[in-house]
Design a protein around this ligand. Structure first.
Ligand code: SF4
Length: 205
């Protein structure tokens, strides 16, 4: 077993396998956009506000932008995120008849490529949709995972986001990629924080 797998297995012992699924890819997509640059509590509040009012891409696409801004305000960057969410919803209406599932079902590689072609959807967002809504064995890399992977030597120090994703996926068995995503984020929040990491108590210190 390689070093990466040993570390991931230890993390899975600590944090369990807390993978969640959401059958609604539109909700997963919007939630991931809302989560950018904020914590999960603020994301939850904004997400609940939005989805208690709207259920479909069509409803979001047709809403008044000021109402959208107000609903998602708890997530921060609300003006930018509201415009992004509205534009993406419009595109989903025009290009996919309101059903983003039409993209997800194309298979992981093609779906990823097509999602990344949508303005406002970056690699982390695309990969979260593919993992949580599509059920694909993919490992989304967020800011915590990017930092932890470098500090723990799970990926070369010089590689970018895609390089970290490739390094992790090459060494972590497919069925553990989703749980590893969750566990690495938990570890990054709890121990290997950006500032003041808790190295004294770190299980890998
Ligand atoms: S918490 Fe400290 S010792 Fe542990 S992985 Fe992060 S930087 Fe390294």
């Amino acid at each position: 077993m390689n070093k990466v797998q040993k570390i991931v297995d230890r993390l899975l012992e600590i944090y369990g396998h807390p993978i969640w699924k959401d059958d609604d890819p539109f909700r997963t997509l919007i939630r991931t956009i809302l989560s950018q640059n904020t914590n999960s509590r603020n994301t939850d509040i904004a997400s609940q506000n939005l989805f208690s009012r709207f259920k479909t891409a069509e409803e979001v696409a047709n809403t008044n932008i000021d109402e959208l801004v107000d609903l998602i305000r708890p997530a921060g960057l609300h003006n930018i995120k509201a415009r992004r969410i509205k534009n993406i919803s419009k595109l989903i209406m025009v290009k996919y008849g309101g059903d983003i599932n039409r993209v997800i079902q194309k298979g992981m590689d093609e779906a990823r490529k097509e999602l990344l072609d949508i303005d406002g959807i970056g690699p982390k967002t695309a990969d979260c949709v593919l993992l949580f809504a599509g059920g694909y064995d993919i490992l989304p890399v967020d800011t915590h995972i990017f930092r932890v992977a470098k500090r723990l030597g799970l990926a070369p120090t010089h590689v970018d986001h895609e390089g970290v994703k490739t390094a992790l996926e090459n060494q972590i068995p497919p069925e553990k990629r989703g749980p590893a995503h969750m566990a690495l984020i938990s570890f990054g929040r709890e121990y290997c924080r950006a500032r003041n990491p808790r190295c004294e108590e770190c299980p890998f210190g």
